[in-house]
Write a protein that binds this ligand. Structure first.
Ligand code: COA
Ligand code: ZN
Length: 309
């Protein structure tokens, strides 16, 4: 029996939040449906933040409502106002974003680290009290664009606090894609015993080309829950230097070829990539997408046939 990994595709949130134009709601909904159709089990599809700060996420309620019943759908809610909006859309899961440095919290949410922690804890508590599932990002967990390397102890303390407040999944996020596999191994080994394996996820960006290597380091450390984004679209608009996310196709190919099961159909995922390119009007894709497309042209519906025993 192959071991399974769970992937949350964050393209609709991390990816579409910083496009130079607002992607129409019906396009987001179509893309989400295609991702589920391709076998993704979980999507982060919207952000309940100020539409003045992030106009691209202004249709959060509509997106969440339209996806009701399609699968596990999550939305970002950094404050109670955001959570109330999410609840009004009958959301299934919300995520808070707790950056590990004071400056990053101020740039992202206009709150100090302490204020952000208080707001996050409140969102987690109220969400759980309303029967909503919760994720908690620990952002800039390795390096901050303003404060440099992040002390691991800070990450550990935040994980403890977020779990205590009711986070059901803690997501260690390399928001600007600055980590190397050695740092990933080291941080994750420090988290052993603090965050149960089935409540731990990782979120990588591919800025320095180390996204897949970092995902492998996380797999080796026992992590089985990953964020990634189809085509690698993504990046926080308030974190200078952040490039795209680890591409879902790169993660799926690496994991499947290494003997893990992702449930994702790569041929269908390439179909989502084609659609996203058409809608965003530019070339997207992770490091493997060119090769995967050639394979698909050659082999049809099963581009990775024969790669695994
Ligand atoms: N949803 C919608 N509107 C919100 C909101 C939310 N969750 N939270 C606050 N607002 C509104 C307020 O009602 C207020 O509106 P008004 O100007 O019409 O009166 C305005 O936004 C400012 O509110 P305030 O409480 O003063 O917040 P702020 O200006 O300090 O901004 C955030 C704080 C969190 C709302 C803002 O920084 C934000 O939305 N950041 C988004 C960050 C993000 O998405 N980053 C990328 C993902 S990590
Ligand atoms: Zn991200």
């Amino acid at each position: 029996m192959k071991e399974t990994i769970t992937i949350t595709d964050v393209a609709l949130r991390d990816g579409l939040q910083n496009q130079p134009f607002n992607v129409p709601t019906h396009v987001k909904v179509r893309m989400a449906r295609m991702l589920f159709e391709a076998g993704l089990q979980s999507l982060e599809a919207a952000s309940f933040v100020s539409p003045k700060a992030v106009p691209q996420m202004g249709d959060a309620e509509e997106v969440i409502r339209a996806l009701k019943g399609c699968g596990r759908v999550s939305g970002l809610a950094p404050n109670v106002r955001g959570l109330e909006r999410a609840l009004s859309a009958n959301i299934q899961e919300v995520a808070v974003v707790m950056s590990a440095t004071d400056t990053m919290n101020r740039k992202n949410l206009n709150m100090s680290l302490e204020e952000t922690l208080k707001a996050s804890e409140e969102v987690l508590r109220v969400a759980r009290a309303n029967g909503v599932d919760t994720r908690a990002y620990v952002a800039v967990a390795f390096e901050c664009p303003f404060e440099g390397l992040t002390p691991s102890e800070r990450v550990f303390d935040l994980c403890d606090a977020l779990l205590e407040a009711g986070a059901q999944e803690v997501v260690i996020a390399d928001t600007i894609g600055a980590a190397a596999p050695g740092q990933v191994s080291s941080l994750l080994s420090g988290l052993k015993g603090r965050v149960p394996q089935d409540m731990l996820a990782v979120h990588f960006h591919d800025t320095r080309g180390m996204g897949v290597a970092n995902a492998w380091a996380a797999l080796e450390a026992g992590v089985r829950r990953f964020d990634s984004s189809v085509g690698g679209i993504g990046g926080c608009p308030f974190a200078p230097g952040a490039a795209g996310n680890l591409a879902t196709e790169d993660l799926v190919l690496m994991a499947e070829q290494s003997g893990f099961s992702t449930g994702v159909d790569l041929a269908k995922l390439l179909g989502v990539l084609d659609y996203a390119e058409e809608q965003l009007g530019r070339t997207l894709g992770g490091n493997s997408s060119r090769w995967l497309r050639q394979q698909k042209a050659r082999l049809g519906s099963d581009p990775v046939r024969g790669l695994t025993p």
